[in-house]
Design a protein around this ligand. Structure first.
Ligand SMILES: O=P(O)(O)O[C@H]1O[C@H](CO)[C@@H](O)[C@H]1O
Ligand SMILES: Nc1nc2[nH]cnc2c(=O)[nH]1
Length: 267
């Protein structure tokens, strides 16, 4: 049973980092999910490409609920995710790794919780308001930071991610506003993926890979081609980083994630 999962974002579509890969189909109250499961140094790891293996699912159409619920069903406790981002911070250049520590949600049409009371399509029909002060697991962030350091990669130990609805890229004015609000990088997938993991008391952290400067900062037109091309170039490093990070994940969970529902339901 995999304790750890990797969710691959743009450019990270296959579990080439794993051996003896099999596929499991998981039925969830939100739909069916196919999850690859393999091993790395004897540790079972689940892998899920959030946009599908052929990048056929746009960010606003990803079934985040089914994905996170399926990983929970498989017994996953810890999720490491990649996300390709635009940078608003000149110190965070294309090719840099950013170990996210904060996020702001500017998405518009998404469904943000598992806890819809009586409308919930499962037996968790209670109301829950989870703490999200620190949206990323401190233990997983530490593992990603240690791995980045050990591998000698150019990385930033903190970064604030602004999640936009997409699928379009931002306007110049939107990036100007996000900069004032303190965003370092911008993407389209961390919300609701991060909070859904927290709602099921799973640890979640994301390593953002800067693929471009954001609209109005970049001198060039923004293209998804540029994003995928840079992610392909960084493929080997991303694989090394994720695997090294897995080696640093403590067996014992001593983080607040595992008790996220304590106090959240008013009980
Ligand atoms: O966040 P990931 O899945 O890496 O994808 C990023 O890349 C796409 C834009 O090129 C958007 O989906 C954005 O969120
Ligand atoms: N929203 C958004 N997502 C991205 N993913 C990679 N680059 C970008 C960007 O500039 N904006």
């Amino acid at each position: 049973m995999p304790r750890i999962a990797i969710i691959g974002g743009s450019g990270v579509y296959d579990p080439k980092l794993l051996e003896n890969v099999r596929e499991e189909t998981v039925e969830t109250p939100y739909g069916t999910v196919r999850v690859k499961i393999g091993t790395y140094k004897g540790e079972e790891i689940a892998f899920l490409p959030r946009h599908g293996e052929k990048h056929s699912v746009p960010p606003h159409k990803i079934n985040y609920h089914a994905n996170i619920w399926a990983l929970h069903e498989l017994g996953v406790e810890r999720i490491l995710a990649t996300s390709a981002v635009g940078s608003l911070n000149l110190d965070m250049k294309p090719g840099d790794f950013v170990i996210l520590d904060q996020l702001m949600d500017f998405t518009k049409t998404r469904h943000y919780t598992f806890y819809d009371g009586e409308d919930s399509p499962h037996d968790r029909k209670f109301v829950a308001h989870v703490d999200f002060t620190d949206p990323y697991c401190p233990e997983l962030r530490k593992a990603l930071i240690t791995a980045s350091k050990e591998l000698g990669f150019t990385y930033h130990p903190t970064g604030t991610y602004a999640c936009m609805e997409g699928p379009r890229f931002e306007t110049r004015a939107e990036i100007r506003a996000l900069k004032i609000l303190g965003a370092d990088v911008v993407g389209m997938t961390q919300c609701p993926e991060a909070v859904l993991a927290r709602e099921l008391e799973m640890c979640y952290a994301s390593v953002a890979i800067v693929t471009n400067y954001a609209a109005g900062i970049s001198k060039e037109k923004l293209t998804h081609t540029e994003v995928v091309e840079l992610m392909a170039k960084k493929g080997e490093e991303i694989k090394l980083l994720l695997m090294k990070a897995v080696e640093h994940i403590p067996k014992e969970r001593r983080c607040p994630c595992k008790d996220a529902l304590k106090g959240a339901t008013g009980e």
